[in-house]
Write a protein that binds this ligand. Structure first.
Ligand SMILES: [Zn+2]
Ligand SMILES: [Zn+2]
Length: 242
């Protein structure tokens, strides 16, 4: 399994249908998300590919508690002893290994079909214990600082993570980058999901990684602002109309 550098210090670990990311810090390695079940060997291969060993994986931070993000977590923790982090609203799903809260497929035929194909809320995963609940707005003292931004909608306990030293955002499933920036496969709450997309559209960052689809290495917040942020010309027109 290959790892691919996104920016200095961050590699994407493609795990079939989902992505994980490795951050190299002075305090060891941090993994963002853990793929579907059976992907632990790919993660360990990625770590070796960086010239590191599995016991250097210190932290495993989850963007949310869905099966495609926690599936291999228990196996990874068994091998590495990594400390685990998740928003409190999703911790019960991870610690029970499901069932998972249902989602309504996102608008559009493609996503409706894919949601039914890939999201099985009743299918159980290996449970994983969470060591530390994540708090909206906190900055984790990991790898030079990782900011936690609560982004519910797709999943109530979803967070985006902003790695400050590299100005890279990990967007989880707030949106995907498959054939361009777009919705995730489904939402627990569509309105909250739209609000979370706009929240990310208001931030400043250089690179972004997604749970699904290709990362963007440069000028990523402009893409988000164009898609989800308020267009400055709209603001101007509203002001002139007022
Ligand atoms: Zn998800
Ligand atoms: Zn996902």
């Amino acid at each position: 399994m290959t790892v691919k550098r996104v920016i200095k210090g961050v590699h994407v670990v493609p795990l079939g249908m989902a992505n994980a990311f490795l951050i190299e810090g002075d305090d060891g390695l941090t993994l963002i998300d853990a793929g579907f079940p059976g992907k632990e060997a790919a993660v360990f291969g990625a770590i070796r590919g960086l010239g590191r060993s599995s016991n250097q994986l210190e932290h495993l931070i989850f963007t949310h508690g869905h099966p495609d993000h926690i599936g291999s977590a228990a196996a990874i923790v068994r091998e590495t002893g990594a400390r685990t982090y998740m928003h409190p609203l999703d911790i019960p799903m991870a610690e029970s290994g499901g069932p998972f809260r249902p989602m309504t497929p996102a608008p559009g035929l493609l996503r409706q079909g894919m949601c039914r194909l890939f999201f099985h809320p009743k299918k159980l995963m290996d449970p994983v214990a969470i060591n530390q609940p994540l708090i909206d707005g906190e900055i984790l003292p990991i790898a030079g600082g990782i900011e936690v931004i609560h982004t519910p909608g797709h999943c109530a306990g979803q967070v985006a993570l902003l790695w400050r030293p590299g100005r890279m955002l990990f967007a989880g499933d707030v949106c995907m980058n498959i054939m361009g920036l777009g919705d995730p496969l489904g939402f627990e709450n569509l309105q909250e999901g739209r609000a979370s997309q706009r929240k990310l559209g208001s931030l400043s960052f250089e690179a972004v990684g997604f749970g699904h689809g290709q990362p963007i290495a440069y000028d990523a917040s402009t893409r988000f602002r164009n898609k989800y942020g308020q267009n400055p010309e709209d603001v101007h027109q509203q002001r002139s109309a007022a």
